[in-house]
Write a protein that binds this ligand. Structure first.
Ligand code: AMP
Length: 211
């Protein structure tokens, strides 16, 4: 089972991914987390990605497709995977389809988290994330500790106002057209309301995937 979690930055994909993964019994792949991990580790991948990420621009498709291919080939992805933050461009959708075909898999559904820009700006302005495990929090000050692993909560550089505006513009230009691509390629596209208590959104997501 391969599910693409889709939506604007701040729509709640990162919050919902582990909850949905636990309910569905599959692992998650969050390309943003992978890239931030590479930056912290000081790898070539991290050095290549950092400038794009700090500005709120997309990292080149070739880099992302390399990450996807490796993750989907791992034994832990045998039962499927929830993709959080991929697919973000039409070439990524095409590349993912090719990788899936090579591995005898397919994308089963695209789950769209629907939310207004105003709500996004408000959410991201108040977001902090755990420096170590990347768990996102809303309304918790930088410097406080993560409930899961005690890591320090920090603001993401790309959650600053200029970067947020750029990320929303990038979404409209490069990411939104991906939905039409999936509809044209006969893949189920399920849209859910992403506003409301976390557990309500999880329930909506699971019911949309089951129907
Ligand atoms: P996220 O944590 O999903 O909000 O991603 C943070 C940043 O990582 C994005 O703004 C991009 O710079 C980069 N990134 C993550 N996933 C992708 C992707 N699939 N394609 C291109 N860039 C990505």
């Amino acid at each position: 089972m391969i599910i693409v979690l889709f939506g604007k930055p701040g729509a709640g994909k990162g919050t919902q991914a582990p909850l949905l993964a636990a309910a569905l019994g599959v692992p998650t792949l969050a390309t943003g987390d992978e890239l931030r991990g590479a930056i912290r580790a000081g790898t070539d991948l991290g050095r290549e990605a950092k400038g794009f990420m700090d500005r709120g621009d997309l990292v080149p498709d070739s880099v992302i497709l390399g990450i996807i291919k490796q993750a989907l080939s791992e034994p832990r992805a045998a039962s499927g995977v929830l993709l959080d933050g991929v697919v973000r461009t039409v070439p990524q959708a095409e590349g993912l389809a090719t990788v899936c075909a090579e591995l005898g898999k397919k994308v089963d559904a695209v789950l769209v988290f629907d939310i207004d820009d105003d709500e996004i700006v408000q959410r991201l302005a108040g977001r902090t994330v755990c420096e170590t495990c990347q768990t996102p929090y809303t309304g918790r000050a930088p410097g406080t500790k993560c409930d899961k692993d005690g890591g320090t909560l920090v603001r993401r550089k790309d959650d600053e106002p200029d970067a947020i505006r750029n990320r929303l513009a990038v979404y409209e230009k490069q990411t939104a057209p991906v939905l039409a691509w999936y509809r044209e390629h006969d893949t189920k596209v399920a849209v859910i309301d992403a506003v409301g208590p976390v557990q309500d959104v999880t329930a909506r997501a699971l019911s949309a995937l089951a129907s």
